[in-house]
Design a protein around this ligand. Structure first.
Ligand code: TRP
Length: 331
């Protein structure tokens, strides 16, 4: 039997280039060699998205994005976290095997605390229990489906290690290998995608390139990439350019070499360099964009896909949770 890979994505905004190249595409590529589980982590997003209409819009948009980039819902199990109530019951069960000290040491929580302290505020100012307990819910996501491999960004590695540790505690207590021990998979080939200003592309820096802008708006956004003041005639160092740093992500080895030469030869202004990047990107996005627009215009179709995913996910989760209830003596 093939090993299982599982990953979740939080619906917290409109999808951008960094999401696609850094997370969505590497996750979808795993469908070639694993049984794959992809889900929309809406209850994780609820730690920060507190407007109902935003949540609904982001869930649809992430769902359509995965499908537009080729997720095959027949081949992979594709569901919305909130559609599988077994996950939340498991989350409570796991929390009873999770030392509170773990949660204190979780990166996301610790960062929030240090920000508060640096600002002279109370350590826990504005920190909800959702953020604090986040890693337990994530462990339930992973252990519910006995994932072997969990592809995540480097910032999520610790969470997968928590899941592993919690699984070991539970297994050890009941003397049964109930849960597989998951491994984090940090893709080494994926480079960090920088944003318009050269920092990591992130919604919170407002430096993203949204994926499904119409062509004109896309070019306009690309024209906002920060460049230096070199004139068109001057030779340019591709490795010092944000435009090239983004463009190269889309190029194969030969095309990258060619583009480097063009930069180094001089005679190419930044407007031209941006146009070249736009053309490569637009070419790649044309198909997914029209598919995305088609899907977004048909919410019933999206709902039907999620409904099917829910049935498949629950057909695994329900009997597994029954087993866990028996084992714990809840039944
Ligand atoms: N915490 C992940 C993120 O912020 C999203 C997520 C939730 C997830 N549950 C998961 C990822 C389970 C992998 C497995 O990106």
């Amino acid at each position: 039997m093939a090993q299982r890979a599982l990953t979740g994505v939080k619906p917290t905004g409109e999808p951008h280039l960094g999401n696609w190249l850094g997370a969505i595409q590497p996750a979808l590529d795993l469908a070639r060699s694993y049984d794959t589980f992809y889900f929309i982590a809406d209850y994780h997003a609820l730690t920060s998205v507190h407007a109902g209409d935003d949540m609904r819009r982001y869930v649809r948009s992430i769902t359509a994005t995965y499908l537009a980039f080729g997720l095959d819902p027949e081949k992979s199990v594709f569901y919305r976290q909130s559609d599988v109530p077994e996950i939340f019951e498991l989350s409570w069960i796991l929390s009873c095997f999770t030392p509170k000290g773990f949660m204190n040491r979780a990166h996301a929580y610790k960062d929030a605390v240090s920000k508060n302290l640096a600002a002279g505020k109370d350590a826990d100012d504005g920190i909800g229990m959702g953020l604090f307990g986040y890693p337990v819910l994530m462990a339930a996501d992973i252990l519910m489906f006995n994932a072997d491999v969990v592809p995540v960004g480097a910032d999520q590695k610790q969470h997968v290690e928590f899941a592993r540790d919690i699984a070991e505690r539970f297994n050890g207590n009941y003397g049964e290998a109930v849960f597989h021990l998951p491994e984090p998979r940090i893709s080494s080939t994926v480079k960090t995608v920088i944003g318009l200003d050269g920092r990591k592309m992130s919604k919170s820096y407002d430096n993203t390139i949204p994926l499904f802008l119409e062509e004109k708006a896309l070019l306009k956004r690309i024209n906002q990439i920060v460049t230096n003041s070199q004139s068109p005639e001057e030779p340019k160092d591709p490795d010092q350019s944000h435009v090239f740093s983004l463009h190269q992500l889309l190029l194969d080895a030969n095309a990258e070499k060619e583009a480097r030469k063009q930069y180094q030869a001089g005679g190419m202004g930044w407007g031209m360099a941006k146009k070249m990047f736009f053309e490569s990107l637009n070419e790649k996005l044309r198909g997914p964009r029209s598919e995305y627009n088609r899907l977004i215009a048909d919410p019933n179709h999206l709902d039907r896909i999620l409904e099917k995913g829910k049935e498949r996910a629950r057909s695994i989760a329900t009997p597994f949770l029954d087993r866990i209830r028996l084992l714990t003596g809840i039944r």
